[in-house]
Ligand binder design. Structure first.
Ligand code: BG6
Length: 511
């Protein structure tokens, strides 16, 4: 029977947002400035927030409401993805922005926060509906949840909203993720916990579900009979950009592979869900992860490549070697690049390798999924010199220059030779609609209680199981240095060898 939630699923249309207060912990931090405030502004601009919607910043520094509003306006001017700022929209929104000076570990602060919320001029409109947003450093996640619970803020009456958005990183390994899940779930029921992976908020990632399940062309081919292998690349041009303190404890495997790359993998590989409701979709994603057996260390010694960027130039700008970055240990063995080969042991995918790679300080910023099909038989064209026709592939460009390209062999005019040519769809050419930023989609979904685009506890844990296995294999290797790759390159030679050993190569980006 179709699920009754399907009609209100985020992928179709958001429900109407109830008047509420969003309480941001870490309100003076970078994430609030870069992503959260611009997202709220755009939601207001697009008429998606109800009148009197409150934003309350919680942080330690003393600040008045007006000073806080001024800081946020400066951040908005700097980071908004649309310009100029609509001053009327901001003026209306900012009237309902407040600041609360509190200490994250201090239980008393939360009792005072509760009083402050109850005494707001908008209290009769928002009626105790609260969305708590954990944009703090991760070591505060559990203490804030616990304090909210002890102050009676985590649960309200049955018709009140009490939800928790949790930023990444969600733990640093399987054990800490389990611990964190346990303490968050002791404060909030799982259905009210919204774990962010901002890749799921990207329109192009959501479109994967449409591409696969709203068309009849590709799904019959989407399996081991027709697909040779799959490549998923998240390449970044930026280095660690002042985040050395955090990054040196995480590295590419924890910062990107555990979350963003595995999300792309699960949506690419999942079975069609029973319906579009959150649990059906997340059940299918978890099944994919569960079908990846924990690889043995001997296998991973060959199939998991790590490396670090050396110094160099990108766009004529000098970039320090990773070990010279601020707050990075000069002997650091943290990887800024990782490439791994996994296999999904299920009926659809048995024997089809999935190659995942991500790195910083590379030549180009792009996120792409490449589906590479089996080689066509060359019997007809071998005599004409085409002993090895090239494989068809499907290039799903997540960002930038969002789009989908399929290629096929065509006859080169005036020659008896095949050449791969492209059929291309671009978002820019195909749509004129507003393309929202990931955080806009995610915040609105949390406000209406739609969990599809958030990661469930078991999903995070399964992904950590695989990342832990990679680390366990690396920990067995005694090394003093990691392989280096030049800034502005596409990564270390070891990553190319990973595919070459299997007779394959990374598909190069075209734009
Ligand atoms: C974040 C990582 O989750 O994603 C960053 O912590 C990374 O290191 C960023 O730069 C990439 O996101 P996007 O949306 O720019 O691809």
């Amino acid at each position: 029977m179709p699920n009754s939630n399907a009609a209100t699923n985020c992928i179709v249309n958001p429900k109407k947002v109830a008047p509420a207060a969003a309480i941001i912990f870490g309100a003076t931090g970078d994430l609030t400035h870069r992503k959260i405030v611009p997202a709220f502004y755009h939601l207001a601009k697009n008429g998606l927030l109800p009148d009197g919607f409150v934003i309350m910043g919680f942080a330690r520094r003393p600040k008045s409401d007006d000073e806080f509003r001024k800081d946020l306006k400066e951040a908005l001017d700097k980071f908004s993805h649309t310009k100029p700022i609509d001053e009327d929209v901001w003026a209306k929104l900012s009237q309902h922005i407040y600041y609360f000076q509190g200490d994250l570990p201090d239980a008393e602060s939360y009792r005072k926060l509760n009083e402050k919320l109850k005494g707001l001029p908008e209290a009769s409109i928002i009626q105790g509906n609260y969305l708590f947003y954990l944009a703090t450093s991760p070591n505060y996640f559990n203490i804030v949840a616990q304090n909210l619970s002890e102050a009676g803020l985590a649960t309200g009456s049955p018709d009140q909203m009490r939800r928790l958005i949790v930023e990444k990183p969600f733990g640093e390994d399987l054990a800490s993720a389990k611990e964190l899940n346990k303490s968050l779930q002791a404060a909030f029921p799982e259905k009210n916990i919204f774990r962010i992976d901002h890749y799921l908020g990207k329109e192009t990632v959501q479109n994967l579900l449409y591409f696969r399940f709203a068309n009849s062309i590709y799904e019959p081919l989407w399996n081991r009979r027709y697909i040779d292998h799959v490549q998923i690349t998240v390449a970044e041009k930026v280095g660690v950009e002042g985040r050395g303190g955090y990054y040196d404890t995480a590295g590419a495997s924890r910062d990107m592979l555990q979350n963003h790359l595995f999300q792309l993998l699960t949506i690419t590989a999942m079975e069609p869900p029973a319906s579009l409701d959150a649990e059906s979709i997340r059940d299918e994603k978890v099944k994919v992860l569960k079908s990846i057996p924990t690889p043995r260390p001997e296998e991973l010694a060959k199939s998991a490549v790590r490396a670090q960027y050396g110094g160099g130039f990108i766009d004529k700008k000098a970039i320090n070697a990773y070990r010279q970055e601020e707050k990075v240990s000069p002997n650091s063995l943290t990887e800024t690049y990782v490439a791994v080969r996994f296999e999904i042991d299920n009926w659809r995918w048995a024997g089809v390798p999935f190659y995942l790679r991500t790195g910083k300080a590379l030549t180009k910023q792009f996120t792409e999924i490449n589906i590479v099909f089996n080689r066509p038989p060359s019997v007809l064209f071998a005599a004409a010199g085409e002993a090895h026709l090239r494989r068809n592939s499907l290039r799903i460009r997540i960002q930038p220059n969002e789009g989908i390209t399929v290629n096929f062999n065509a006859k080169t005019p005036s020659k008896s030779a095949a050449q791969l040519v492209d059929m291309k769809f671009t978002y820019q050419g195909g749509f004129t609609d507003y393309l929202p930023e990931a955080y806009e989609r995610l915040i609105i979904d949390a406000l209406v209680g739609e969990s599809t685009l958030f990661t469930r506890s078991d999903e995070t844990e399964e992904a950590w199981r695989l990342v832990d296995a990679v680390h366990a294999a690396w920990d067995l290797q005694t090394v003093e240095n990691l392989p280096l790759y030049a800034c502005g390159s596409m990564g270390p030679v070891e990553s190319d060898l990973l595919l070459e050993r299997d007779g394959r190569h990374w598909v190069s980006p075209k734009d």
